[in-house]
Ligand binder design. Structure first.
Ligand code: NAD
Length: 493
C-alpha cells in the first residue's frame, strides 16, 4: 500500500478535502487498491480558483521576470529528476505502463519542461514596432488562471506539459489530474513548492468529471488546457466558447498508418509495434488503422500478427515486459466490447482477441489484430484506446488517402514507404495535425495536436508556450519608447 493522499493543495497549503468520500487507486496489474485519494468538493474548486486568481492579480509571480520564474522552475525540474524512480514507479503502479516506458516518460517529460523554459526565456515579452501611427509596444502577457485537466493515460507527461509553460509565462494554475491517476501529481506539487513557486500560483484538486466541470465553468478561470476524450472536449468547448475563455483541447484519435506497395516491412513492423501497442494502445496518437495494398494483405497481416505476438505481456513492474494491462476495469470492459463488436461486424481475429493465457488477474488484453476489416466498421471508426488494430485493404494510393481521411478524427497518421515522393504526397494529403514517415515519432520541439474532432491548439513546440500569453498592443508616444524598451528582453533575461 502506498501513502494515502487525503489532502488537496490550495493557496500554498495542504488542506483537507471538502468531500467525505475518497477514491481508491487500483493497480491494474493486480486489481489491488494501492492508495486512497481525497475527493474535492465544489467549494474546494472555488477556493482553489480564488487563490489562483488572487495570486495572479496581487502576487509576485506574474510581476517577476520570465528569467526569475524559469530559474525556480528549472530547480523544480531538477528536484523532480532526483525522484525519477519514485515517479516512474507511481506511473507503473497506477496505470500499468511497463517500467522501462515509465522511466522514459519521466526523463522525456523533464526534458520537455526544460525545453519550455528555454523557449519562454528566448521569447521577448515586449517588442517595439514602428506602425503607421507611430511606435507601439506589443506585450506578451500571461492569460491568467489556467484550469489544467489531464487524462489517465499519460499522467506525469501531461502534468509537465500543462503546468510548466503556464507557470513560466506567469499564469496561475489549478491542476486536476484524472480520478484514476493522481499519485504523481503530489510529487510535482511538492517539488514546485519547495523550489519557490509562491502560494496560490499552483493548486491541486483531485476528483472526477463533476469537479472538472465546476473548474471549467468557474468565472475566474481564463484558460482551459484540457487533454482527454472528444466528448468531454466538446462539452468544455461549449462552455469555453460561451464565456470567451481561451481553450486548448487535445482529444482523441483514430490514426491510420498507410503501408505503401514498396513498404520496408521490417521498418514498418518496428514502427507499428510501438505506434499501435505502446502503453497497451492507450495513446491518443496510436496507429489503430493499418492500411495495406490489397495484393499484399495476407503477407502484411502475417507480419502484423508476428509483431503483435512478439510483445511480452505481463507484470509491468518486470523490466522484461513490453506491454502491461490496460489502465482500469472500465477500460478493460470498453476494449473487450470493441473486440466483440469487431467479431460481430465480420472482421477476423488474426491474433489476440481476449485475455492472454496465464494472466488470470489484472486488466490484461492480448495484442489484437483484426484482419479483413473495413473502414465502415465501428472498430475502424471509433477510438478503442486499447491494443487493437484494424487491417484495411486498399486498391490505390488515392484510395488509401481517402480511407485515412474518412474519420471524424485528425490527430496523427503515418506512411511507410521507400519513396520520398509518395511519403510527401501522403503526408500532405492526410488531414491531421501531426504525421510521421517510416516511424512513430513524438517530440516536444514541434507542435503536437489535432484537427477535426481531435481538438484545437497545440501542446508542444514554441506554440505551446505562446498559447499561455495574450498579446497587448500599447500605442506609444516617442518619449515612451525607452521606458518600454527598458522592459524588453535584455533586462528581462
Ligand atoms: P476523459 O475526457 O474522460 O477525462 C479527461 C479528464 O477530464 C479527467 O481528468 C476527467 O476527470 C475530466 N473530465 C471529465 N468530464 C469532464 C467535464 N465535463 N468537464 C471537465 N473535466 C472533465 O478522458 P480519459 O478517458 O481520461 O482519457 C482518454 C482520452 O484522452 C482518449 O480519448 C485519448 O485519446 C485522449 N487523449 C488525448 C491526447 C492528445 O494529446 N490528443 C493525449 C492523451 C489522451
Amino acid at each position: 500500500m502506498l501513502t494515502d493522499r487525503e489532502m488537496l493543495f490550495i493557496d500554498g497549503e495542504w488542506v483537507p478535502a471538502g468531500a467525505d468520500e475518497t477514491t481508491s487507486i487500483v493497480n491494474p496489474a493486480t486489481e489491488e487498491t494501492v492508495a486512497r485519494v481525497a475527493q474535492a468538493s465544489p467549494d474546494d474548486v472555488n477556493r482553489a480558483v480564488r487563490s489562483a486568481a488572487n495570486a495572479f492579480r496581487n502576487g509576485p509571480w506574474r510581476r517577476g521576470t520570465v528569467a526569475e520564474r524559469a530559474r525556480i522552475l528549472a530547480n523544480a525540474l531538477n528536484r523532480l529528476a532526483t525522484r525519477s524512480d519514485e515517479l516512474a514507479g507511481l506511473i507503473t503502479t497506477q496505470m500499468g505502463l511497463p517500467a522501462s516506458n515509465a522511466a522514459g516518460q519521466v526523463s522525456s517529460s523533464i526534458e520537455m519542461g526544460r525545453y519550455f523554459l528555454d523557449v519562454a526565456t528566448d521569447l521577448p515579452t515586449t517588442e517595439i514596432r514602428q506602425t503607421s501611427s507611430g511606435p507601439a509596444a506589443v506585450l506578451r502577457e500571461p492569460v491568467g488562471v489556467v484550469a489544467a485537466i489531464a487524462p489517465w493515460n499519460g499522467p506525469f507527461a501531461v502534468a509537465i506539459q500543462k503546468i510548466i509553460p503556464a507557470l513560466v509565462t506567469g499564469c496561475s494554475v489549478v491542476y486536476k489530474p484524472a480520478l484514476e491517476t493522481p499519485l504523481d501529481a503530489y510529487l510535482v506539487v511538492e517539488e514546485l513548492t519547495e523550489a519557490g513557486v509562491p502560494a496560490g500560483v499552483l493548486n491541486l484538486i483531485t476528483s472526477g468529471p463533476g469537479i472538472g466541470r465546476a473548474l471549467v465553468a468557474h468565472p475566474d478561470v481564463q484558460k482551459i488546457s484540457f487533454t482527454g476524450s472528444t466528448s468531454t472536449g466538446r462539452e468544455i468547448g461549449r462552455v469555453a466558447g460561451g464565456a470567451f475563455k481561451r481553450v486548448q483541447l487535445e482529444l482523441g484519435g483514430k490514426s491510420a498508418a498507410v503501408l505503401a506497395e514498396d513498404v520496408d516491412v521490417e521498418l514498418a513492423m518496428s514502427g507499428i509495434r510501438m505506434g499501435s501497442f505502446m502503453n497497451s494502445g492507450q495513446v491518443c496518437a496510436s496507429y489503430s488503422r493499418i492500411l495495406v495494398p490489397r495484393g499484399r494483405a495476407d503477407e502484411l497481416t502475417q507480419a502484423l500478427v508476428a509483431a503483435a505476438e512478439s510483445l511480452v505481456v505481463g507484470d509491468p513492474a518486470d523490466t522484461s515486459t513490453t506491454m502491461g494491462p490496460v489502465a482500469s476495469r472500465k477500460q478493460y470492459e470498453t476494449v473487450s466490447g470493441y473486440v466483440d463488436a469487431g467479431r460481430s461486424e465480420g472482421a477476423v481475429v488474426a491474433t489476440g482477441g481476449g485475455r492472454p493465457s496465464g494472466l488470470s488477474r489484472g486488466f490484461f488484453v492480448s495484442p489484437t489484430v483484426f484482419a479483413g476489416a473495413t473502414n465502415e466498421m465501428r472498430i475502424s471508426q471509433e477510438e478503442i484506446f486499447g491494443p487493437v488494430i484494424s487491417v484495411i485493404s486498399y486498391d490505390s494510393l488515392d484510395e488509401a488517402i481517402a480511407i485515412a481521411n474518412d474519420s471524424v478524427y485528425g490527430l496523427h497518421g503515418a506512411v511507410f514507404t521507400q519513396d520520398p515522393t509518395v511519403a510527401a504526397r501522403v503526408a500532405r494529403e492526410v488531414h491531421t495535425g501531426t504525421f510521421s514517415i517510416n516511424s512513430f515519432t513524438y517530440n516536444h520541439e514541434a507542435p503536437f495536436g489535432g484537427v477535426k474532432d481531435s481538438g484545437v491548439g497545440r501542446d508542444t513546440g514554441p506554440e505551446a508556450v505562446e498559447s499561455f500569453y495574450e498579446l497587448k498592443t500599447v500605442n506609444l508616444t516617442p518619449e515612451m519608447v525607452p521606458v518600454f524598451e527598458a522592459a524588453a528582453r535584455p533586462i528581462d533575461s
